[in-house]
Design a protein around this ligand. Sequence first.
Ligand SMILES: Cc1cc2nc3c(=O)[nH]c(=O)nc-3n(C[C@H](O)[C@H](O)[C@H](O)COP(=O)(O)OP(=O)(O)OC[C@H]3O[C@@H](n4cnc5c(N)ncnc54)[C@H](O)[C@@H]3O)c2cc1C
Length: 417
Amino acid sequence: MTEHNWAGTHTFAAEDIVRPATIAEAQRLVAEHDRIRSIGTRHSFNDLADGDGVLLDLTAIDPDIVIDDDARTVTVGAGTRYAVVARHLADHGWALHNMGSLPHISVGGATATSTHGSGDRNGSLATAVRGVEFIAPDGGLRRVSAGDADFAGSVVHLGALGPVTRITLAVEPTYRVRQDTYTGLTWDDLFERFDEVTASGYSVSVFTRWNTPDVGEVWVKERLDDDSAPDMPDRLLSARRVAAKADSPAADGVDNTTEQGGVAGDWCDRLPHFRIDATPSNGDEIQTEFWVDRTRAVEAISAVRAIADRVEPALLVTELRTVAADDLWLSPGFGRDSVCIHFTWKNEPDAVRDAIAHVERALAPFDPRPHWGKVFSMPVGDSLPHLADFRALAERVDPGGKFRGPYLERVLGLPLS
Ligand SMILES: Cc1cc2nc3c(=O)[nH]c(=O)nc-3n(C[C@H](O)[C@H](O)[C@H](O)COP(=O)(O)OP(=O)(O)OC[C@H]3O[C@@H](n4cnc5c(N)ncnc54)[C@H](O)[C@@H]3O)c2cc1C
């Protein structure tokens, strides 16, 4: 098979990719295959979604978006891209609490890995999940809802609990967001006043290349719940607000970003960095990300800056974001407010491998947790307290290992046979 992930950095080893048009067809495919892994829009950078049987792609199934105004939820096909459900919600007066940097990814794939945006008080996208419908190994449907004993273990699942057909997400009344870019933040301000920087808006991203005289750009997305929301200040500590729109931080001169310059718009057109009609980020790249406890953010960021010379040759850009703690077993944000230290690398695997080894060594004292869908080599080990519980849950719902793959064996210790 020559099918590969979005970035082209992983060629799937599975026998075939099957793409049912209905849930009933997906159920039949699950029942008749011995080994079947689920796949979303293929935006992960490693072999996470891959398997030694067939891959089940649910993106062709009708999104069938159902809003429940009283329960304040939306239920949607798991293969639906965020761009589709977000536009539908905004058009009907509703919103999600946050978005990742790109709206191109599927709801099922993003929540399965605890994909996140930014914001001191914003949990990952998986924290909006209120219900998940899985296909069981025999092809039957199995639903897990908030309040059920298995819920905290079932929301972030890496595909190990079976294909997800539909997901229910919490929604809230729609809101507008403005997005402003600040440049010239000094390293001293970042280190000495880190909490002020990340609290300067609803969602804050700091972009850097580590070895530059000042930090780089700070993108501040401010939530406007009504028309009387204040203007944004011209200065953020040492940084100055700029009117010009920033291009992709990972690709010089490429205009693929959402509206900036303080122009207010719907939440779904400002919270993602990248527009749905453009290639996000760089396109020819590898990504890595580590979550660390935000109480140790400054120490951890300083540790990476100390090895800037080792990191910079392979780097396109780093992004620093914050995410609120959650209680989802496999979420890297489990039990701790986090700072996420992200690396968009050049597509140079050898140089990237070397740089990742240096970053992992530098971050080791801070109990880092890797983003499941990005490239890393460290063992996950005891970092997540419910790992053994998750293994037991996976054994219970999939005793034959139908939904396993090499990644789950290597990283989570879920044996293939
Ligand atoms: C340009 C770019 C920018 C990114 N930005 C961010 C970001 O801002 N924040 C962030 O946290 N991550 C980011 N990512 C990573 C990305 O969000 C995650 O890798 C996410 O999991 C991708 O979703 P997907 O639909 O492509 O899933 P895939 O990569 O296809 O699959 C990921 C996992 O989900 C499982 N899965 C997918 N669909 C289903 C289903 N229906 N049922 C059961 N399991 C399923 C798969 O088995 C696999 O384990 C970015 C990636 C790219 C390429």
